[in-house]
Design a protein around this ligand. Structure first.
Ligand code: FES
Length: 83
């Protein structure tokens, strides 16, 4: 996850980054365990790491710099195992 944040330039000042990285790891763990979120439509099946799922599960983390687009890309990249 840390490598994905660097590769996707998912930070500006870095103030929020440790919390974002820890939450992102937790988000992917929740999804892997099949825990539903507020936006999970089918509660009978394990959720997929869609952008909507990642956004919802990361929504408690604020970034003053607004690096959300690249944070999402980093989490998505890690979920896809492309790093
Ligand atoms: S990178 Fe500056 S607050 Fe998130």
């Amino acid at each position: 996850m840390q490598a994905a944040f660097l590769e996707d330039d998912a930070l500006q000042c870095g103030y929020c980054t440790p919390g974002q990285v820890c939450s992102a790891v937790g988000v992917l763990d929740e999804i892997a365990r099949g825990h539903p979120s507020f936006v999970t439509e089918d509660l009978e099946r394990s959720p997929a790491p869609t952008d909507e799922e990642i956004r919802e599960r990361m929504s408690g983390n604020l970034c003053r710099c607004g690096a959300y687009v690249n944070i999402l890309a980093a989490v998505r990249r890690t979920a896809q195992g492309s790093i």
